[in-house]
Design a protein around this ligand. Sequence first.
Ligand SMILES: [Zn+2]
Length: 429
Amino acid sequence: MSVSSAVSCCPVLPSSSKPSPSSQGLGTIAKFASTRTAPRKSLGPDQRAANRATRFALQSVARRLLPDEAVSRCLRVPIPTRQHVDVYHQPQYQSASFGGLQVCGSPWACPVCAQRIAERRRAELARAIEAHRAAGGVVLIAALTVSHTRHDVLRVLLATFLAAVKELQSGRPWTRLREAYGLLGMVRALETTWGPVHGWHPHIHLLLFLDAPLAWEEVTDADRRGWVATFEEDLFEHWEYAAACHGLAMNRARGVKVQQTDGAVMDYVAKWGREPAARPWGPEDEVAKAHVKQARSSDDAADAGERYNPFDLLREVLATGEVTEVGPLFCEYVWAFKGRSQLRWTPHLRERFFPKEREQSDEEVARRHDADAVLLGSLSLDDWRAVLRADARAAVLTAAGTGVWAAVAAVVAGVYAAVAHLGPMAAAP
Ligand SMILES: [Zn+2]
């Protein structure tokens, strides 16, 4: 079947008696006014503090690997003309942040900025999804991939892959598919993993917002599954064609996967940008690490499904203290993704849910303090140099999370004692 005819088999199901999302308006948005998601309940304060310390440690690894990139200065170097570093406390979540420092805003290179950006983008996604569903709409999640090998150069593979994604969303066939399924717009999340057998695996997840032409809540599960399966089949044909236009191929099983359950969509949003529950290559996971090293030396014996996200590469360097071969891999990844959008809304979709909120850049999001954050106190540049020298940024924030400045002062006093044996400090951080 040609792509242009791929949408012709869209099934016609009973029309909804509910008003469409567009006709019902978005008055319900107001009740989803939070700008960030709450810390996961499953993580206690100690675990959150440990995760924060790990992110700063991983950022230090990225700094070592990429000394000329902005991540090397992120939350280390004060903004020029500033003579102190501010410490903010956020009472609602008992968290803290720094002010007056340079911020790289890279969701690709910087584990600290990536977490801050993801937290806020995730909250925005959740608000949009909830509002769309409350207005009778449907949200599906689709994963789009292509075949690749470990011999692919990531920069080339990524550029070709994104050209295919652009191809997918252009032309009359795409317009017909959108109209056939009531596709209002979508949010594209760009990601990659790396595996020792098949190399880099750039892929996208699409959150598809549909003004579904069916009574979604009134038909049976079997009807819904059938409708989604047909949509997946049509989307696959479009994607296969778009990818082929750029010399890329895929197999049916992995090219496109569409899920429609509320749980699958919200589970993806909830986990997006968060640390995985299990961390391969962490010092606590020597078994997984050994397995991966074995996989590298023996492709035949390797588990082809073993995949790691880019910050896992930093974790290996952190765990071993050696750059090994994964350090250059991380650099290759950062240079390939630098300047790319991690999360992109199709035109007008975001305005539909947030008509009065300008979309902020990653750097603006990473730099932004919560509206109710309060200035707890300021550190002198000498204090700050000592904090950096002792690698104690996370400890300062953990202390500031209590909302008690004396706790911060105690950490700084301890830092001076800890670095005293290192001799005089350099002037610059
Ligand atoms: Zn950063």
